[in-house]
Write a new protein. Structure first.
Ligand code: E4P
Length: 220
């Protein structure tokens, strides 16, 4: 399972990339607004820090302008993945960009039918938003299970399921159990994945006992 980090905060990305566990980055217009940075500049920086796919979303809603924006974004760095919304124009743009060799992440997916269309349009990734479904009392993880089951029936579909709108570590674990290809997690959730109180407690006990031995591994 690949781990992407869902943020446009370059300090967070640098910090988490140091773990060697970040395979890519996803951004969206809200995350860019939160960063307070110029979109193209922050994207160029992110692409230098993380060599994997970095999703950058178009802001237009019509096909022609989406295509212009997509090319502008794609020229920022080789590892840019253009993000388009799951609309008719978005999927039309996805198909055209894919044919031209640009990687595309189709975002704002909320149904299996939409995911099938994204796969048929040749998307590199489709992003089902599970947290936003959970927020309205619809089981987001059931959507991931449905999409993964459908894609497995059609080996010709190369689109990867990118689990988005992740709220907590359990979302990550459940997505992994289903076999989703990628999960994009907010920095806070990625940090939470490392933590377990019994790890902290166990380590403290080991260190206390080690101290009693009076030895040093590097001291001999
Ligand atoms: C994915 O690419 C989106 O940026 C993101 O996961 C949206 O999550 P949210 O529902 O927490 O805004």
């Amino acid at each position: 399972m690949k781990f992407f980090v869902d943020t446009a905060d370059i300090a967070e990305i640098r910090d988490l990339a140091e773990t060697g566990l970040v395979d890519g980055v996803t951004t969206n217009p809200s995350l860019v607004a939160k960063s307070g940075r110029k979109f193209t500049e922050v994207l160029a920086e992110i692409c230098e820090v993380v060599p994997g796919p970095v999703s950058a979303e178009v802001a237009a809603t019509d096909f022609a302008t989406m295509m212009k924006e997509a090319w502008r974004l794609a020229r920022i760095a080789d590892n840019i993945t253009v993000k388009v919304p799951l609309t008719r124009d978005g999927l039309k743009a996805c198909r055209a960009l894919t044919k031209d060799g640009i990687k595309v992440n189709v975002t704002l997916c909320f149904s299996p039918a939409q995911a099938i269309l994204a796969a048929k349009a040749g998307a590199t990734f489709v992003s089902p938003f599970i947290g936003r479904l959970d927020d309205v009392s619809i089981d987001g993880m059931a959507l991931i299970a449905d999409i993964c089951a459908i894609f497995r029936r059609y080996p010709a579909f190369t689109t990867e399921v990118l689990v988005a709108s992740v709220r907590h570590p359990r979302h990550v674990v459940e997505a992994a159990k289903i076999g989703a290809h990628v999960v994009t997690v907010p920095p806070k959730v990625l940090r939470q994945l490392f933590d377990h109180p019994l790890t902290d407690k166990g380590l403290a006990a080991f260190l206390a006992d080690w101290k009693k031995t009076g030895q040093s591994i590097l001291g001999d």
